[in-house]
Design a protein around this ligand. Structure first.
Ligand code: ADP
Ligand code: MG
Length: 398
């Protein structure tokens, strides 16, 4: 078992205590309704535990990007409503996250009651990790719990700053994420395969650099494969590339070879004459990409055959980043087929990244995965082998 050496819920006594809980309720909204409650559901074990332990539960989260000021469209009211549905219990809602009124509401809570505070990013002090703002937040409560794995890669007031002023512990979701990701990175069973896709090489460089020291096979696919193909001397037409990363791609491939890691690039790809679901498409070998065309899915039949064979033999697989522009149906095939192959394999499978998780849901194989992380940026930072500020800040077990 991977040991985070941090206090968890079982190390604290909550009865009658006001507990400030950082959750990740950064959920998608449409017309004042929550359209995907995955993140709310993921926080329920911690919230329900605190209710059972008779804590006074103060929940805080960011929502969207209000840029440090009040934005009526990004209030937490819809989230409070959805949380009440999920808990089957009243959830009180404050219209601010600091100040006199909020303090009063917190002090008026009965044991086991839940109060959702307003969007923390209405204050610039949140992202700035401002000590004054952190102090005000901390003054609402006796204890602090961080269950927002999805925000743990950020050193903000609600993830790091408040821990200066309150005893702090990890929530159940935080613990579960750290255990699942920690275990796969610390003691993966071989063959260990990483599948890296997505759009931007620059987002994934540090992940690839770290994984080269851990995995046996690294599948490079999605938009980032184009830059690697270019580095190998192939023409990629109008495909998305990062010209300033070609040398780096070449260096990474050389480093992988030195370390005996097999970097696997696509063999054939789906190309389109424009970036559109109405585009004309063809499947071609990677050395046959004509000028004026772009690669929008790495899942040509031979590429997929190759990926499936690798997955079939793998014991551990981590996946971050779709194989193609899966948001468009025409270019979702490779990503969906890969997800299905993962679903069928016996390998221990861990998925990180918001779009990859969405692709797994699209393929209907979420149940077959061992772990789907609720954190995109946070899981990437974990795969980079770096410590997450929101975790580092928590109290250690004495
Ligand atoms: P995750 O959220 O799982 O970490 P990323 O955000 O890194 O994944 O990448 C997802 C994005 O990559 C998707 O929006 C997808 O359309 C894009 N993408 C994948 N393949 C390509 C490609 N060949 N060309 C352009 N964009 C691509
Ligand atoms: Mg993404």
């Amino acid at each position: 078992m991977y040991d985070i050496n941090k206090k968890t819920l079982k190390d604290m006594d909550f009865k009658g205590k006001k507990v400030l809980v950082r959750v990740d309720f950064n959920v998608p909204l449409k017309e004042g309704e929550v359209t995907d409650s995955t993140r709310i559901k993921a926080a329920l074990p911690t919230i329900e535990y605190l209710i059972r332990e008779e804590a006074k539960v103060l929940l805080i989260s960011h929502l969207g990007r209000p840029g440090g000021e009040v934005n009526e469209d990004l209030r937490m009211d819809a989230v409070a409503k959805e949380l009440a549905n999920q808990l089957n219990k009243e959830v009180k809602k404050a219209d601010d996250c600091i100040g006199k009124e909020v303090k009063k509401a917190a002090n008026n809570l009965e044991n086991g009651e839940v109060l959702l505070l307003e969007n923390s990013r209405f204050y610039p002090g949140e992202k700035a990790n401002d000590p004054e703002f952190s102090k005000k937040l901390a003054s609402l409560a006796d204890l602090y719990v961080n269950d927002a794995f999805g925000a743990a890669h950020r050193a903000h007031a609600t993830t790091v700053g408040v821990t200066e002023y309150l005893p702090s512990a990890a929530g159940f979701l935080m613990q579960k994420e750290l255990n699942a990701l920690g275990e796969v990175m610390a003691a993966p069973e071989s063959p260990f395969v990483a599948i890296m896709g997505g759009a931007k090489v620059s987002d994934k460089i540090d992940v690839i650099k770290n994984l080269i020291n851990k995995v046996d096979i690294l599948i490079v696919a999605g938009g980032i494969a184009n830059t690697f193909l270019l580095a190998k001397g192939y023409e990629v037409g109008d495909s998305l590339v990062e010209a300033d990363k070609v040398d780096l791609a070449r260096e990474l491939m050389a480093e992988a070879e030195e370390k005996g890691v097999n970097i696997v690039l696509p063999i054939d790809v789906v190309i389109a004459d424009e970036f559109s679901n109405d585009a004309e498409t063809q499947v071609v070998k990677v050395d046959q990409i004509p000028a004026g065309w772009q690669v929008l899915d790495c899942g040509g039949p031979e590429s997929l055959e190759q990926y499936k064979e690798i997955i079939k033999n793998a014991k551990t697989v981590i996946w971050n980043g779709p194989l193609g522009v899966f948001e468009m149906e025409k270019f979702a095939h490779g990503t969906v087929e890969l997800a299905k192959a993962l679903g069928q394999s016996d390998a221990h499978s861990v998925i990180g990244g918001g779009d990859s998780a969405a692709a797994i849901n699209l393929a209907g194989v979420a149940d077959q995965m061992d772990h789907i992380s609720t954190g995109g940026g946070a899981s990437l930072m974990f795969f980079e082998g770096k410590e997450l500020p929101g975790v580092v800040a928590l109290d250690e077990i004495e």
